[in-house]
Design a protein around this ligand. Structure first.
Ligand code: TGC
Ligand code: FAD
Length: 395
């Protein structure tokens, strides 16, 4: 029999290291509100959305009411929450589905953040309050068919024509693309890489959805086509003049993914834990076999480690000490950990693990996108490698 101290609190298999105690009351409250929303509105439906390859059109407004769109930004209808609180929201959203977290990341950390950080006062007033409410959806166009990990090689080009700008090019793999009321589009110019705010319906701007995805199916992914799109000078983000503009937005979204991946891992671990205690083979619950316990122990370890890493980075961000290299470590470590947990959990569920009745294969497939977007695992390994050696190995 294991010996337990009579004073120690009982171990919670869903919060093994009692990480809950490291959160403030306010952080726990925000986490609980998002967790309830996900439990009531996402979990019961997301298998169907995934199967049908869609995300409900009303979801952005519901997320706006929940207060998670741009929640870490200040003013303009945004909540001004801490980075840690935002991270906890991302964790809960991605425990539901990576597609829902992606919608929130792209809206708040990419499109809204780009306008918030680099935009004019008029652009902020025009877009941020509506985007925070989910009345306007945004997307962020950086990647192109021939320019993914190396965004500096982009071909989309903007030229001046009198007071106007004319954009020509193509963006690929853009989350929320056809759903979006406004696209933040990055283009090469004679003055460096600049960002443009392109409202839906602008002449020459069209979108085409990418179908047949086996991952991130509860998410809209589109191509953006810019065919001689004429924009007034007021559409340009005045503060961004180089690749630092879009890359600064990526830091924000990658930070949310550090937390989100821990959420996807937690959902898979919990599904495996529940399944293993009720599934009987050879006359016993499969949880009673050593091989399954080893899997459960490793999953618990990874979920706790990922959550602690996310929390540590959150505290650093709130203290203003977080560097992009730290975010790379979090994204690389936590997404890889989540993939391992999802693949292990899928095996624990046996044949049931391949169906959408359980969340595991959906998370597993989604994580194949998460490990690629916002900088592939290789890109983040090279960022960390460059930081620890002082030698840049991208080129
Ligand atoms: P490099 O020469 O290193 O830098 C160019 C300029 O950018 C600055 N910089 C950064 N600034 C802020 N944050 C960062 N993380 C930064 N990294 C670099 C740098 O100081 C320099 O500034 P300045 O002022 O001197 O001009 O650039 P490089 O061409 O060598 O590229 C570096 C590399 C490979 C790390 C970068 O290009 C990269 O991160 N590539 C990956 C691309 C990527 O992640 N794309 C994501 C697209 S969006 C998306 O996937 C959304 S998915 C949906 C969801 O989020 O849910
Ligand atoms: P590539 O860059 O062609 O990479 C292919 C392989 O080569 C990878 O394994 C990569 O790690 C490796 N590689 C590349 N360079 C190096 C190197 N120097 N050293 C070693 N290995 C290297 N983009 C947006 O702009 N906005 C979005 O909203 C958005 N949403 C997305 C949603 C989904 C579902 C997906 C799948 C992608 C999305 N993307 C988005 C695009 C995403 O950011 C890119 O897919 C990602 O940056 C990688 O680019 P790529 O796919 O062109 O791969």
């Amino acid at each position: 029999m294991p010996s337990h101290s009579s004073t120690a609190a009982a171990l919670d298999p869903r919060d093994f290291l009692a990480i809950d105690h490291l959160l403030s009351d306010e952080e726990r409250d925000i986490r609980d509100v998002v967790r309830s929303f996900v439990r009531d509105h996402v979990v019961p439906n997301v298998g169907e959305w995934f199967e049908e390859g869609r995300i409900p059109r009303e979801l952005p407004r519901e997320l706006g009411k929940l207060g998670v769109l741009g929640m870490h930004l200040d003013g303009y209808g945004c909540a001004g929450a801490s980075a840690t609180a935002y991270g906890l929201a991302c964790l809960e959203l991605e425990a539901g589905d990576s597609g829902v977290r992606s919608l929130v990341s792209v809206q708040g950390s990419l499109a809204m953040y780009a306008i918030y950080r680099w935009g004019s006062e008029e652009q902020k007033q025009e877009w941020l309050p509506r985007m925070a409410a989910g009345e306007a959806v945004g997307c962020f166009g950086l990647t192109e068919p021939d320019s993914g990990s190396d965004p500096g090689s982009m071909r989309t080009y903007a030229r001046r024509d009198g007071d106007d700008w004319i954009l020509r090019g193509q963006k690929m793999w853009i989350t929320n693309g056809s759903l979006a009321d406004v696209a933040v589009v990055w283009a090469s110019t004679d003055e460096g890489i600049r960002g443009f705010v392109v409202p839906k319906g602008t002449k020459g701007f069209t979108t085409q959805d990418i179908h047949s995805k086996m991952s991130l199916r509860a998410s809209v992914t589109s191509e953006l086509i810019l065919d001689e799109v004429r924009l007034p000078s007021s559409a340009m983000l005045p503060g961004a003049t180089s690749l630092r503009g879009p890359l600064s937005c990526l830091n924000e979204a990658r930070y949310g993914i550090v937390w989100g991946a821990a959420g996807a891992a937690r959902a898979c671990y919990e599904a495996a834990l529940d399944y293993s205690t009720t599934r009987v083979q050879f006359g016993k619950p499969i949880a009673s076999f050593q091989l399954q316990q080893q899997k459960l122990a490793n999953m618990a370890l990874e979920v706790n480690r990922a959550t602690l890493l996310a929390l540590h980075l959150g505290r650093m961000k709130d203290e203003g000490r977080l560097r992009p290299e730290h975010v790379s470590m979090g994204k690389l470590g936590n997404v890889n950990a989540a993939l391992d947990v999802a693949r292990t959990a899928r095996q624990v569920l046996g044949a049931n693990g391949i169906t959408l009745e359980y969340p595991v294969i959906r998370h597993m497939n989604n994580l194949e996108s998460v490990v690629t977007y916002e900088g592939t695992a290789d890109v983040h390994a090279l960022v960390i490698g460059g930081a620890v050696t002082g030698i840049q190995a991208f080129r």
